[in-house]
Design a protein around this ligand. Sequence first.
Ligand code: NAP
Ligand code: ZN
Length: 360
Amino acid sequence: MTDETTATQHTATRTVAAYAAQRPNAPLAKTTVTTRAVGEHDIVIDIRYSGICHSDIHQVGEDWGDGIFPMVPGHEIAGLVSEVGPGVTRWKVGDRVGVGCFVDSCRECDHCRAGLQQYCTGEGGMVFTYNGVGKDGRPTYGGYAAELVVDEAYALRIPDGLPLDAAAPLLCAGITVYSPLSHWGAGPGKKVAIVGLGGLGHMGVQLAHAMGAEVTVLSQSLRKRADGLRLGADHYRATSDTAVFEELAGSFDLIVNTVSADLDLTAYIGLLRVDGTMVQVGVPEKPLTLYPFPLAIGRRSLAGSAIGGLPETQEMLDFCAEHGITAEIELIRAEQINEAYRRVLDGDVRFRFVIDASTI
Ligand code: NAP
Ligand code: ZN
């Protein structure tokens, strides 16, 4: 390949219809963005569905620091392959694929080699699906769009048994709870608590139940109790009832905290058995405080976990197909995105909004 061809490939672009926030906290509106042309190992995904994760709202609001604008959120992407680059070997046109929170990584560090791309420590680290900068120096744009150009190695296979709309949220909400449940051994004989019955939480209940654990939901109220039990919870308790913290003291092997807001960590740590672990997957904007006494008394651990790597995400999708697990979704049109954001913030979602991308 001559330098001239390389230069042409790098400067060629595609124009894509999308919904974007033009500045922090701005309402999302229809626009077009410019993305890279299809490279040697790229595929184009005709996006059919895109989930709305609470992380999208955090990032549009710059809760976690400066964002890159215009921002096209969306990292729960499901669609069909519509084009393949000349060097693509894994996919053909028409394949059912998904993309989660990252679209590239260094591929060489110990973590990438071990399939833990989400913990890439190589130069530049992992490339976020949106609100990131790709290896070509261009900003990345996410799933609230008509299509996505992505390296073939960073797409996952969505099994035939899973409907694309209800499978989209598995790419973030699903894997984010599957990974800690699997890592900390949720299974028969283990008592697992899921804190918060939102997008992540409702996946956590289904997955922990399918893994064979005894599952308790710890929600702010009993409002969603019937749903929680239907999804597979054995017990459902409201944390507004402070007696819960005495009654359930010392009872869980594993607590997965999906809450997007401040929480009294000290009280929850007290719910763990000796050697139990509380895993923080919710990422509120402000620091959480912890009084270390209950951590020491009981050799308990406070841990964190982020999404999952490519092999584990594929494993999770296959597990969901095998067990008939998907997200419970409310399908919306693109012009309803801003209303959906408000409803997520109000806790008024059962349990994931998914955008019908044909309306973008
Ligand atoms: P979500 O759908 O809004 O669910 C969060 C749940 O937390 C709510 O349904 C609610 O459950 C509970 N909650 C909300 N405000 C609360 C408060 N003030 N006090 C106590 N509980 C409260 O959000 P999501 O999409 O599941 O995301 C949850 C969090 O995980 C977000 O911070 C998100 O950024 C983060 N996240 C992390 C990763 C990762 O890799 N670690 C990946 C994805 C998302 P109840 O009504 O049942 O109490
Ligand atoms: Zn997410």
